[in-house]
Write a protein that binds this ligand. Structure first.
Ligand code: FAD
Ligand code: SIN
Length: 541
């Protein structure tokens, strides 16, 4: 089946949906999403969105905190734009129906939380389930919009691109430079459809599932980064993988995050003897930036041989804790920990990808008619380490800027989108009877990345990881072309590709900065390394 639309949006998180709602006034929109619409990282966000609303806060302070966290790699212009657009975008979310928590004085002002690295209270939140409140409101708006169709259980396989330059005879060998949609597998019917679009937007989220332990849901397999890299566009800064310091440590607690807002309200990290250890690492103690706290926990665990550390907020009034953190309280209680009476066992886990598809200030990639917004993009906001709660902010601000630009671009595109789209080539025609190989490779990649490309890296471990991933890549490549594709196989190919790119980027950066720490180069080197790590697939003519 072939669909022809104005805008193809890949992903139903905050980035994809807020983009879609803006451009739908100007053209027909198809949104594809690989599971149910609500199944996104956005839906699980807890802490909130950072923005300047506080009496003592200012844009300058938010800009300063963001730059400090980014450790010399943020793009200052981008930081200023994003921070200054924050309040307007948050008012827009409220208009779309998001019910943020009001302050308890009942003055109908937003209640503001505090998180690591912020010098002021500026986290706009909806209890401790901010993401769910946003996701539900945006999905409802999109479902009710006449110009938007949502295709659930549709996974994008690859972008459809072609070269305008080669056709005009300007160059003989070049990367394809224009996007006209994507091939998309309907995972219920197992058919691959062609979505032909004048403008394509990747809003595919993060890549936490590349690691064995992660706060991310299953959808976070770096598909957008892998698809764009395969298409020949630039990707950047993939060595900067953020590990959240506090995920619940419990065999049944798959991916459950304990929000940094718990430390913002006074929670203290302690070891198994009850010793508060963060004062040994940073003057800001438990509210130091995430890279520092995650490395501190990693160090404590290596020293003690313990499985986890603990987050203690038992000194706060139980009623306050239950009311401020209803979601976390209930989850911990269901697994046997009453956080008002006992400390919560926690460990770090892969949480956020600071790098991604390289975009300009309008969210445009270097392939014409292809945009990337949200966690899959690398905008220059986060630099070497993202400040807490700046991700949802970046996603709505960039969705807004990209939408404005895309609407202008649409006017200049004629009805004939691409001259002749090549049909989907079904490749292997037989069903795979070796699903075990796929799951085995998945597991091996995730373990390898956790063990060798984690919070603390070394040259030896990175090279070991590179060798392992290369071997697995070869196996996947054989397997991929031999059998009919499935969503597991598509995701496996993507996590292997993004793993390779993370390792390659980490090997290239010969210093330690922000989230990237290599024991062979423990210092920051501003003279040679205050620059982005940018990769492009070598052209195979
Ligand atoms: P997502 O919300 O992840 O959406 C990605 C979408 O793309 C999904 O619909 C997915 O199905 C779809 N998709 C992916 N690949 C394909 C494909 N091949 N084909 C079709 N569809 C595809 N950030 C903050 O700022 N504040 C917080 O408090 C906060 N808390 C967090 C808590 C948790 C537990 C997690 C995991 C993250 C948190 N973050 C937070 C980070 C933030 O939630 C994410 O960075 C942000 O929601 C990403 O939004 P997005 O729209 O880019 O992607
Ligand atoms: C959290 O609530 O700790 C997550 C915030 C974030 O990832 O920005």
């Amino acid at each position: 089946m072939e669909y022809k639309i104005d805008f193809l949006v890949i992903g139903t998180g905050i980035a994809g949906l807020s983009f879609a709602l803006k451009v739908a006034e100007y053209g027909r929109v198809a949104i594809v999403t690989k599971k149910e619409a609500m199944e996104t990282s956005t839906n699980y966000a807890q802490g909130g969105i950072a923005s300047v609303f506080g009496q003592y806060d200012s844009f300058d302070l938010h800009i300063r905190d963001t730059l400090e966290a980014g450790d010399g790699l943020c793009n200052r212009g981008v930081v200023e734009t994003v921070v200054k657009s924050g309040p307007e975008r948050i008012r827009e979310l409220i208009n779309w129906g998001v019910a943020f928590t009001q302050d308890s004085a009942g003055k109908l002002e937003l209640d503001l939380g505090l998180e690591g690295g912020h010098s002021q209270k500026r986290i706009v939140h909806a209890g401790d389930f901010t993401g769910h409140a946003i996701e539900q409101a945006l999905v409802d708006c999109a479902r009710n919009h006449k110009q938007i169709d949502i295709f659930e259980n549709h996974i994008a396989v690859d972008l459809i691109t072609y070269s305008t330059r080669m056709k005009r005879g300007l160059v003989t060998a070049a990367h394809e430079d224009r996007c006209c949609g994507a091939y998309v597998l309907d995972t219920k019917s197992n058919h691959v459809h062609t979505f032909q679009a004048k403008i394509t937007i990747l809003a595919t989220g993060g890549a936490g599932k590349i690691y064995l332990y992660t706060s991310n849901p299953d959808i976070a397999t770096g598909d957008g980064i892998a698809m764009t890299y395969r298409a020949g566009a630039l990707v950047a800064n993939l060595e900067f993988v953020q590990f959240h310091p506090t995920c619940l440590y419990h065999p049944e607690a798959k991916n459950f995050l304990i929000s940094e807002a718990v430390r913002g309200e006074g929670g203290v990290l302690i070891d198994s003897h009850g010793r508060a250890f963060m004062e040994d690492y940073d003057p800001k103690k438990d509210l130091a930036c995430r890279d520092i706290v995650a490395r501190a926990i990693d160090n404590e665990l290596k020293k003690s041989g313990d499985d986890c550390v603990f987050l203690d907020i038992t000194h706060k009034e139980p009623d306050f804790v239950r009311e401020r953190f209803p979601n976390i309280y209930q989850k911990c209680l269901s697994l046997g920990t009453d956080m008002t009476k006992e400390p919560i066992p926690v460990v770090p886990a892969a949480h956020y990808m600071c790098g991604g598809v390289l975009v300009d200030v309008y969210g445009k990639t270097d392939i014409e008619r292809l945009y990337a917004v949200g966690e899959t993009a690398c905008t220059g906001l986060h630099g070497a380490n993202r400040l807490a709660s700046n991700s949802l902010l970046e996603a709505v601000v960039y969705a807004h800027m990209a939408a404005e630009q895309a609407v202008k671009e649409l006017e200049s595109i004629s009805d004939e989108v691409c001259d002749a789209l090549p049909p989907w080539d079904p490749m292997g025609t037989t069903d795979s009877d070796e699903a075990i190989v796929v799951s085995h490779n998945w597991d091996e990649i995730r373990r390898c990345m956790w063990n060798y490309v984690g919070i603390v890296r070394s040259n030896k471990r990175l090279l070991r990881a590179r060798n392992r991933i290369e071997t697995i890549q070869k196996e996947i490549s054989d397997y991929y072309w031999d059998f009919k594709i499935t969503s597991d196989l598509i995701e496996l190919r993507n996590i292997a590709m993004v793993a390779e790119l993370i390792i390659q980027s980490a090997i290239l950066r010969k210093e330690s900065r922000g989230l990237h720490y290599n024991i062979q180069y423990p210092e920051k080197d501003d003279k040679f390394w205050r620059k982005d790590t940018i990769l492009r697939r070598p052209f195979v003519g």
